[in-house]
Design a protein around this ligand. Structure first.
Ligand code: F6R
Length: 606
């Protein structure tokens, strides 16, 4: 949550570079934004960053709402600077206002700070700072940081780096903090829990909460680990927050391409990412064999395997339990990651935890993994982002290979997770070739679904649903996981209350809500669940409900029908109509499908 971007280097337009960087990170939070630049008295001509003349001041621009298309109207459009930091906020402490947006300043306006995370012990520190005469301008927990730094830098004459270490170690919680000041040419940052990545360019350095922000400039990155601190000046210097000792930075190369991180010809990232799915599945089917066989061997040996994930990733976990049961006859447990803390008393050193995560940063996943590690259990991370926290926590690791996912609602990362789970379950049953054949057929079917005439039918159903206040989605077996994921997709981007449930559960309560005209989307693959789910649809129809069927065959009970071919599993192809329904519902309702209200892409606070 919250996007952080920093720049120091030879180019004179730091504010523009930071603004563009923030645009690539806006999916992390878009309540408000702000940039601070160090305005030097004389801009250096030389390439050597250390020669910047800096007796300057800090200039700040902060605004509520999403980033504008261009920086033109900002005072920054005419200011030159080679050093600055910027932030997109997802509010935690304090409302969405200009004073609460970052960067925050100390009493003397000489130190500017950005923060991602929650400072759990800020109340006491703030009271003490107020007693000591510090003046606060916001309701945030963050604002204590510039005032603490002020005490150390201005009163105790410490370097910004030493002051950062002193300050950071006083704070409880999982945080990433970035600071600049007026009298040193450096960006100083520290982290535990929230991600921070350093980009290493030619004569320039970047700092961002996600490598996607750095990609337009360089593929060379340093993934900061927890309890590390960095100083970006004429070079990158890395230190331990624990003892202050210097560490050797490890430079890695990101494999993603810049084209993958831009919208291209598509109006929204969500539509682009839905359209990328066939290629992602094909790549998994064709090139993941060795890694899948290796992981399947580890799963076979484990005594107790648990899938954990949050939101969409949890739905993939649930889908995995059906796949492992049906295909591999292999028992696995699952729970939403935020519940796993309360369920893990039985973990042993022989247990295997498989976290599924797009961002690799979700705190609800990281926490139970920390507990599992303490119990000696093995972790097999399946994540999309190289170098992310969950990736690094894995004893065994597999990258999803979905490329950067920018729309807040996850689509292609979900499909990649399911494709990998299909490969794993067939590998456990020693039938990997069958999985590859199935996935390649899936590629063709998804390709058909995202084109005409299928699109026209999906748009027609979206138009019908757009005036509704409630939608129900039912499925049985693996299609239950699809029902949950489909309902989540629709609700999060269209704001229509949508509930997914197993068809058999309907008559245990929810059927009380079915009334004349209530829409119910019914997943009716031609498998063992077909007859029972059609009976459920008939029960809904008898109470006035309107049935939208998703199946290969049209049933007389359907009022509307979206055709999806049966390919052995409703877990992958049947999700795609929901993604498109959600997208078109948002478009029809004039909402931004890429940035739904109140959500952020990477959930790094509890
Ligand atoms: C929904 C969505 C979220 C994420 C969840 C976990 O479309 O994107 O439910 O799936 O926040 O995120 P990751 O996969 O990054 O751990």
């Amino acid at each position: 949550m919250c996007g952080i971007f920093g720049y120091i280097g030879s180019k004179p337009n730091a504010s523009q570079i930071i603004f563009e960087g923030l645009k690539t990170l806006e999916y992390r939070g878009y309540d408000s934004w702000g940039i601070a630049i160090q305005k030097q008295e004389s801009i250096r001509q030389a390439q050597d960053v250390s020669r910047i003349k800096n007796k300057g001041r800090i200039e700040i621009e902060k605004q509520v709402g999403k980033l504008p298309a261009k920086l033109f109207n900002s005072k920054f459009s005419t200011l030159n600077s080679q050093l600055g930091i910027g932030h997109t906020r997802w509010a935690t402490h304090g409302g969405v206002t200009v004073p609460n947006s970052h960067p925050h300043l100390d009493c003397t306006d000489q130190i500017a700070v950005l923060h991602n995370g929650i400072i759990e012990n800020y109340h006491g520190i703030k009271e003490k700072l107020i007693q000591d005469g510090h003046k606060f301008k916001s309701e945030t927990d963050t604002e204590i940081i510039p005032h603490l730094l002020e005490n150390y830098v201005l009163n105790k004459k410490m370097s910004l780096l030493d002051a950062m270490r002193k300050t950071f170690n006083q704070l409880n919680g999982l945080n990433a903090i970035v600071a600049i000041n007026t009298n040193s040419s450096e960006i100083v940052a520290a982290k535990n829990g929230s991600p921070l990545i350093v980009g290493v360019g030619k004569d320039e350095l970047f700092l961002a909460s996600d490598s996607a922000g750095i990609l337009p400039h360089t593929k060379k990155v340093i993934f900061m680990k927890d309890n590390e601190m960095v100083r970006l000046g004429s070079s990158v210097e890395l230190f331990s927050l624990l003892d202050g000792k210097a560490l050797k930075p490890e430079i890695e190369t990101v494999s993603w391409d810049i084209e993958q991180a831009v919208r291209g010809k598509y109006k929204h990232f969500m539509l682009k990412e839905i359209n990328e799915q066939p290629l992602i599945i094909e790549t998994i089917a064709k090139s993941y064999t060795n890694k899948i066989v290796e992981l399947a061997t580890i799963i076979k040996k484990a005594k107790g395997t648990f899938f954990i994930g949050s939101g969409t990733a949890f739905h993939a976990c649930l889908a995995g339990t059906y796949l492992f049961s049906n295909i591999a006859k292999h028992h696995v447990n699952t729970a939403p990651a935020s519940e796993f803390n309360y369920l893990e008393d039985f973990l042993t050193p022989n247990s295997l935890i498989i976290p599924l995560s797009q961002s690799g940063e979700t705190i609800d996943v990281v926490e139970p993994l920390n507990h599992a590690k303490k119990k000696g259990s093995t972790i097999m991370s399946i994540v999309n982002v190289l170098g992310s926290t969950i990736y690094r926590m894995g004893d065994h690791k597999l990258l999803l290979g979905a490329g950067p996912e920018k729309a807040v609602a996850s689509t292609k990362a979900y499909i990649a997770k399911i494709a990998i789970l299909i490969m794993l379950s067939y590998a456990l049953a020693d039938k990997l070739d069958e999985a590859k054949r199935l996935l390649l057929q899936t590629v063709k079917e998804i390709d058909r679904l995202i084109k005409q005439p299928s699109l026209t039918q999906i748009k027609k159903v979206a138009k019908f649903l757009s005036s509704k206040e409630h939608i129900y989605v039912i499925g049985r077996g693996g299609a239950y996981a699809t029902a949950l994921e489909g309902a989540l997709k629709i609700k999060e981007v269209s704001y229509i209350h949508t509930e997914g449930l197993p068809g058999g559960e309907l008559k245990h309560g929810t059927i009380a809500l079915i009334d004349k005209g209530t829409p119910c989307i019914v997943l009716a693959p031609n498998d063992e669940t077909h007859d029972a789910i059609i009976s459920n649809a008939t029960e809904i129809k008898a109470r006035g409900g309107v049935i939208v069927g998703i199946s290969s065959k049209k049933s007389p009970v359907f009022d509307q029908w979206i055709e999806v071919k049966d390919l052995g599993s409703p877990l992958i192809t049947h999700v795609v109509p929901f993604q498109l329904l959600a997208y078109y519902l948002a478009v029809i309702k004039k909402l931004d499908p890429d940035k739904p209200r109140n959500l952020a892409k990477s959930v790094t606070v509890k």
